[in-house]
Every structure is written in structure tokens, then in C-alpha cells.
Design a protein around this ligand. Structure first.
Ligand SMILES: C[S@@+](CC[C@H](N)C(=O)[O-])C[C@H]1O[C@@H](n2cnc3c(N)ncnc32)[C@H](O)[C@@H]1O
Length: 242
């Protein structure tokens, strides 16, 4: 794929602020197995062009988790150029993906990549803001990946839970803000305070919720796994919003 301005997006400051020791991180990023040819090419392209895709250690974990979970219907919020989306369906003919993005340049690149990887017939791209798209979805999913703008994770959470089957798992990427998510609000730069507040709200409401099973992993900038245990309606969280 040729490099374009489209895919060379503004650097995500958290991409370079891992939450584990540098040597450990280096091993997790370079010492683990590579993905098969076309997936590796796409991952390499993303890294070379600073497209903010899930880091290698998170991708390895996601691939492993899905081998165990064996989802059939997957929802993704935050597609970018289609790396994580391709990873979740490539080589798995029994899986389909509904994926959402609002950035036309990313959408164009993702379409090209899904075609190239031969998965386009099992991928439905929903173009638009997830806040508008999520309420229109009618299918039920057994796995979801949330990897979009972090200030909106809390807002999207009830909408995603509504579309997840009981027993379904939601994986949320980038929850630690390079570890600063637990720092006092006053120490956080004003431009990222909303993200800080919303991530804290999400962690407060979700991590010990009695109707959910959760686990936090220090992969990349932090991963939160959420299993939906019953039919609890999480729309009440929307009222806690600000
Ligand atoms: C971190 S990238 C996704 C990377 C992708 N999951 C991967 O690992 O290959 C985040 C993407 O989310 C999209 N995005 C952010 N906020 C969004 C929103 N509210 N609705 C739809 N897409 C959004 C951005 O356009 C961007 O392409």
C-alpha cells in the first residue's frame, strides 16, 4: 500500500508510553511470533506510517483469546485501516465482522485492505460516528472490540452491552492513558481532562459491577475485558453522563 496523508495520522501520544518495563515490552513486541504474510504486511505498514493500530502484544493476545472464545459475530468500534478487523476474521471463514469508523480516509484504506486479505465478503463497514451507528445495529454479537476515541468509551459502553449476547465479551483497548489515568485530575493537562474523567467513570462503574466479570491486562496502554453475565440494562449509565 502506498503511503498517503490519509493513513499517516497524527501521532497518538500514548502509543509510546507503555505501562510495563522497557525490556519486557521489547520482548512482547519483537520476541513473539509474527502473523501470517498479509496480516504482518498490514501491521508493518501501520507501524511504519504511525497509524494507531493495536500494538503487537495486544494483537497477539486478541488472536489467542478469539481462538478460545470462538466468536461467530464480531463488532468493532474504531476500524482505522482494518488491521485489528482483519486479524479477527482472517483465516476464520465462520466469523463475520461489523466494524465502525467515521474517518473517510481510513474507511477507503480499510476497504482496500479487506479486499486484499480476501475477507471483504465477511466484513460490513458502517460509516459514521459510532454514537449514531450503534443504536441502529440490530444484530447480536458474541465479541466486541472498542478502540475508538477514549472520551467516548463510557458513552458507547451501554450501547455495546445492548448488542452483546449474554456470555459475550467486550475488549476495550487503551484504558490507562500511559498510567496517568490514576493521577489526580489537577495534574492532568486540561486538553485531556475529559478523557481522564470519562475513563475513570468507566472503570468506577464497570470493573466491580456485580453483573459483569472483568479483567484488566497491562498490554499496550491497558486492556479491559468485560464479560456480560446477564441481561442487565446498562442504559442507566447514560444518565450519569456529563
Ligand atoms: C486506534 S484507531 C483503531 C485501530 C484499529 N482498531 C486497529 O487496531 O487496527 C481509532 C479509530 O477510531 C475512529 N474513531 C474515533 N472515534 C470514533 C467515533 N466516535 N465513531 C467512529 N469512529 C471513531 C478513528 O477514525 C480511528 O480510525
Amino acid at each position: 500500500m502506498e503511503e498517503t496523508n490519509t493513513t499517516k495520522v497524527v501521532q497518538n501520544e500514548m502509543m509510546d508510553r507503555p505501562v510495563v518495563e522497557a525490556g519486557v515490552l521489547n520482548f512482547m513486541r519483537t520476541g513473539q511470533a509474527d502473523f501470517p504474510g498479509p496480516l504482518k504486511e498490514l501491521e508493518d505498514y501501520a507501524h511504519e506510517n504511525r497509524v494507531p493500530v493495536i500494538p503487537h502484544e495486544t494483537a497477539i493476545f486478541l488472536d489467542f483469546l478469539l481462538d478460545i472464545k470462538k466468536p461467530k459475530r464480531i463488532l468493532e468500534i474504531g476500524m482505522a485501516i482494518g488491521f485489528s478487523g482483519s486479524l479477527m476474521v482472517y483465516g476464520h471463514e465462520d466469523r463475520t465482522l461489523d466494524t465502525i469508523d467515521r474517518y473517510d480516509k481510513m474507511i477507503a484504506a480499510a476497504k482496500e485492505n479487506f479486499e486484499k486479505l480476501g475477507v471483504a465478503d465477511r466484513v460490513t463497514i458502517h460509516e459514521g460516528d459510532a454514537k449514531d451507528v450503534l443504536p441502529t445495529l440490530t444484530d447480536q454479537y458474541d465479541f466486541a472490540l472498542l478502540d475508538s476515541a477514549k472520551a467516548k468509551y463510557f458513552d458507547f459502553f451501554p450501547l455495546i452491552m445492548d448488542r452483546l449476547q449474554v456470555g459475550g465479551v467486550l475488549m476495550i483497548d487503551d484504558i490507562f492513558q500511559g498510567g496517568t489515568v490514576f493521577h489526580e485530575l489537577e495534574t492532568i493537562p486540561k486538553r485531556v481532562r475529559k478523557i481522564h474523567k470519562k475513563l475513570n467513570l468507566l472503570l468506577d462503574e464497570v470493573v466491580k459491577h456485580p453483573n459483569l466479570k472483568t479483567s484488566i491486562l497491562p498490554l499496550g496502554d491497558g486492556v479491559l475485558l468485560v464479560e456480560k453475565l446477564d441481561d442487565t440494562d446498562f442504559s442507566y449509565l447514560l444518565e450519569k453522563n456529563f
